[in-house]
Design a protein around this ligand. Sequence first.
Ligand code: ZN
Length: 449
Amino acid sequence: MSKTVLFKNITVVTPDEAGKIQVYSDAYVAVRGDRIIYVGEERAQAVRALMEAQRESGGSQIGFDEYSGKDKILLPTFANAHSHIPMVLMRNSADDMSLEDWLFKRILPREEHLRKEDIYYASLLGIAEMIQGGIGASADMYFMADETACAALQAGFRMNLCHDGKFHDESGWKADRAGLRSFRKTFHGAGGGLIRTSLMIHSIYLYPEELYPELVAEAAEEDVSIQVHVAETRTEVANCLSKYGKTPARALADFGVFDRPCIAAHGVHLTEEDMEILAASDVTVSHNPASNMKLASGFADVAGMQRHGIRVAIGTDGCASNNNADFYTDMRLASFIAKGSKFDPLQLPAGDILTMATYNGYRGMGFSDCGRIAAGMMADLQIVNTDTPAMWPVNNPVSALVYSGGVSSVESVMIAGRFVKYHGELTSIDLEKVKAETKKRAAYITQFA
Ligand SMILES: [Zn+2]
């Protein structure tokens, strides 16, 4: 049930309409249904807006809950632009390996044995972790995505989920248009708009050449966006150059992939021309700093992408390559890598990081009414408690969030007007049951490689 809530005397940190971070002290924020209906300094106006909205809707609820904002920061939930949520089952079970060994020797052989309920419980676990840490939405790429969609709907979690729109028969790989159509029909817009659907084109290295144009046609026919990995490692680029005589970005562009709105994960090894290609298309690059460092893929040139006008968001990647979904760590790493690798402390300041983490990520996923705290926007919010030794004194709330905030400072999380974490407790997921199920299922799946 959606709540009617008044956050009072709270510090609001939010991107504005242009994506620039603004800070409001001692603010009032009113939420009615799934939307924010007032943001400002006037308690009386906030109360009036709430009462008028209640009268107009003819609802039976009278009054509203108050949420004290003393020593708290209210900011949009984070949009995780790249994840493989069900991989939580393989957390800490394939480490200190090259990406190619990791993928072909450990992950793919195990994935052949995954069953539907493994995906479902793993999704609930991954979603629980994300909610705990202030993530309100994720762009996820995995198979059996209908199980993840069911988990997200049950948890009240927002997702852009891509369908693996291909299948294999005696004559080879085929585009599975009927599968995508059915997935889209079942889930697109489900849960009052919580779920958006898209098509998976995993990468430039996993499909036969003739399948790419077919998959793009499939996405166009169903009018969905695409999630794809691009230029994650040097090996990927070298293999693509020898097979196609082009970089991965150029090859995917020539196949028409970037004619659709896309989330392109990684973008670690992009040439100037690649960046021009991405900037000219509706592509959001998901920068995944922890995964890129752990798998020694390299350092993405985020400043270069920004200079070209590419929308860059932040992603955790899967838990088999990170090994958690700690978005606060990813934000901090994104900033530190940019500064350290360029010998320039002015690179990627805290405000830019927050814009990438919220505004850019939600746009990339197609949730354009999320990622900002303003009247009329969706109430996808997190409340950070700064009354802790690690965040005190706050001095600058933007710096506090990016440079000294952490998962443990997230007190509450609201998605579409519903508290999914309330004063430290998850409200929509039975975590003990999910932990028991996933422990058993992890033991099963990790025995295969
Ligand atoms: Zn990935």
